[in-house]
Design a protein around this ligand. Structure first.
Ligand code: HEM
Length: 268
């Protein structure tokens, strides 16, 4: 068989495939070689639709964002997976919590590894979220239209800190009890609420069993849910605000630098 015949057979097979109902039910647009089809590919794909259709080339460089938001998200996923592992062994009771943690580190396969992965990822997440916030500030990416996403980010920053704070109590060792005693002693100074804020946080007059269960529920349910929700809004807004904020276009740069342009119809 000649190569032309082979090619035409392939062409026919390809044609049949792309015209089949199965193919067309999945791919609802043509080959992405035109701006319209490129936009349709982005909007019609469940994974790609999180990205804007067009992005600034400069903002795509790793050295622009340092992927700090992406690293924070990766650490959040790692913390969720390792946290679920820890939940199989940990009981939030003041009688057994400390023992659980020591047994986990010495008697459970990979227990020490997973516990340390969870601990280190938590520290790193606080660092990466803080650096991400500084990077966004440095690039002025908090300015319109991204000001709402900055506010969502501030929410994420506090949720990250609270996750770290609540997790710190769970091993119920001396350093944890006293660190949380010091930390929660700030609560009575809350404007208007005062002592009520302390009682809500601690669940009584001092750090004890009710505190442990409150911090546990906040650490494994409330705060991760709040973080996941805020992240969903954060990522959606990045897309809606046109992707990452690149450097301003040359015309605006000139304006900001005070370069004067000749004004038509004006005599000096
Ligand atoms: C759990 C915490 C956070 C996660 C997972 C996260 C994730 C992300 C990701 C993946 C991006 C895309 C660009 C990049 O990687 O830099 C981004 C952008 C952005 N983030 Fe965050 N972020 C978090 C916290 C924050 C905080 C604390 C702030 C500020 C208070 C913030 C404000 C913003 C803004 C304004 C953008 C758009 C930046 C631009 O257009 O250049 N984020 N975030």
């Amino acid at each position: 068989m000649s190569s032309t015949a082979n090619k035409s057979l392939l062409d026919v097979a390809t044609q049949k495939l792309v015209e089949s109902q199965v193919w067309r039910s999945i791919f609802r647009h043509g080959y992405p070689d035109t701006p319209l089809n490129q936009s349709l590919v982005m909007m019609g794909n469940v994974f790609l639709h999180l990205h804007p259709v067009k992005v600034s080339r400069q903002a795509m460089k790793v050295t622009y964002s340092w992927c700090l938001g992406g690293i924070s998200f990766f650490l959040f996923l790692l913390l969720t997976v390792t946290g679920v592992f820890l939940m199989f062994y940990y009981i939030p009771s003041t009688d057994v919590a400390y023992q659980n943690i020591t047994q986990l580190s010495s008697a459970v396969s990979f227990g020490n590894l997973v516990r340390n992965m969870h601990r280190w990822a938590a520290h790193l997440m606080v660092v990466s979220v803080t650096l991400h916030m500084i990077r966004v500030f440095y690039h002025g990416a908090y300015k319109p239209p991204r000001e709402f996403n900055w506010v969502v980010g501030v929410g994420l920053f506090f949720v990250t800190l609270f996750l770290s704070f609540t997790g710190y109590l769970l091993p119920w060792d001396q350093i944890a009890i006293w660190a949380i005693t010091v930390g929660t002693n700030l609560a009575p100074y809350t404007p208007l609420l005062g002592d009520t804020a302390y009682k809500i946080l601690v669940g009584g007059g001092a750090v004890a069993q009710p505190t442990l269960i409150r911090f546990y529920v906040a650490h494994v349910i409330l705060l991760p849910l709040a973080a996941a929700l805020l992240m969903a809004v954060h990522f959606w807004r990045i897309r809606k605000d046109g992707g990452e904020a690149g450097p301003p276009p040359p015309a605006r740069r000139e304006l900001e630098a005070g370069v004067e342009r000749p004004m038509v119809g004006v005599t000096r």
